[in-house]
Ligand binder design. Structure first.
Ligand SMILES: CSC[C@H]1O[C@H](OP(=O)(O)O)[C@H](O)[C@@H]1O
Length: 352
């Protein structure tokens, strides 16, 4: 099936000299681009969420390595790698929770280490390959995930897992795009995803570009929709999937999953294998990113609540594997993921 009509938004464009980033901080009301010409600008774009979404920050990190390598002189890749140790650290640690960033930086470092005199070409080709592989994975996951849904499914998605969060098409939103195209999905609900509003600002905007109608809800309304029979499934992305099947994802995911479990709805997690981290045993071992208080106390720069004495702003949570019915990656669908099934599919410990 041709999904090209759903494949028009591209958050990251490499033009051979710089990385052009669609600035997600100002969407949907403005479409502005940042031109990242060195690795420090890529680090800043990731830290400020100008580019966000687990696969997308991995891809941006990969091009950040290209920009860092191009700034040094070296006879071969190993020498170039030795000269960019600090930029690699800065890129890898720009955000802690999504494993895709560390995975991409380490894959780029491995490619550079093995490269000879043509290391400049090799390192750029590796980043281009990472981006292309992600897009292909999203198309494959879209079909596989949609095939798991009943015809006429009414689904809820959380945060933004679309083209803006990936190389294109999306993970969970890719399943929704495919499900709509295949006639499996009848209705889409998007939770606004406080505090950064990835749902109301990005997911609703993306679906509007496709002509797919979404119904926006506040995050805390999901249990009520389930209780009143309005939903059949929850479809979300992931930032890190552990060896036992636990999933770190946007804050609020766990609450949706608990409500779904209580009401007998299906929970589907959709993520490329670059989000799987077999070296992390369980969800409790994942570093959960805390972000600034102003991301919670302000909207579009306007202070919206009373000035709180303290603010706690974790931006991810962990959904245990026993709340998940379908784990969809490009390697296939795992029903009711557990350690044994994860190991059978991904091996004992993932490569860097
Ligand atoms: C396919 S995107 C995966 C994941 O990334 C998002 O987090 P953020 O917007 O903070 O980068 C969210 O958790 C998505 O589900």
């Amino acid at each position: 099936m041709d999904f090209s009509r759903y494949d028009r938004v591209r958050p990251l464009l490499w033009n051979g000299d710089s990385l052009r980033v669609l600035d997600q901080r100002v969407l949907p009301h403005r479409q502005e681009y940042l031109d990242c010409r060195d690795h420090a600008q890529v680090v800043e774009a990731i830290k400020t969420l100008a580019v966000r979404g687990a696969p997308a920050i991995g891809i941006a990190g990969a091009y950040g390595v290209v920009l860092a390598a191009r700034a040094v002189s070296a006879a071969d890749g190993a020498e170039a790698l030795a000269r960019i140790a600090t930029p690699l650290q800065e890129l890898e640690h720009a955000r802690p929770t999504a494993v895709n960033l560390a995975w991409a930086v380490r894959r780029m470092a491995a490619a550079l280490r093995a490269a000879g005199v043509d290391w400049r070409r090799v390192v750029e080709a590796e980043a281009v390959a990472i981006q292309a592989e992600d897009l292909a994975a999203n198309h494959a996951m879209g079909r596989m995930g949609a095939d798991c849904l009943p015809t006429g499914a009414r689904v809820l998605t959380h945060c933004n897992t679309g083209s803006l969060a990936t190389a294109g098409f999306g993970t969970a939103l890719g399943v929704i795009r495919a499900g709509v195209a295949m006639g499996r999905i009848a209705e889409v609900y998007a939770s606004e995803t406080r505090p950064w509003l990835q749902g109301s600002r990005l997911t609703v905007w993306e679906l509007l570009q496709d002509g797919i109608e979404a119904t926006l809800i506040v995050d805390s309304a999901s249990a009520y929709l389930m209780q009143t029979g309005r939903l059949d499934a929850v479809i979300v992305g992931a930032d890190r999937i552990c060896a036992n099947g636990d999933v770190a994802n946007k804050i609020g995911t766990y609450a949706h999953a608990l409500a779904a479990k209580a009401h007998g709805l299906k929970v589907m997690v959709v993520a490329p294998s670059t989000t799987v981290d077999m070296a992390t045993a369980q969800g409790a071992d994942i570093e959960i990113e805390q972000r600034s208080a102003t991301e919670l106390t302000h909207i579009a720069g306007v202070e919206v609540g009373a000035r709180a004495a303290k603010v706690y702003n974790p931006v991810f949570d962990v959904t245990p594997a026993d709340c998940i019915d379908f784990l969809v990656t490009e390697k296939g669908v795992i029903e009711r993921p557990d350690r044994a099934k994860m190991t059978a599919c991904f091996g004992a410990v993932s490569s860097p």
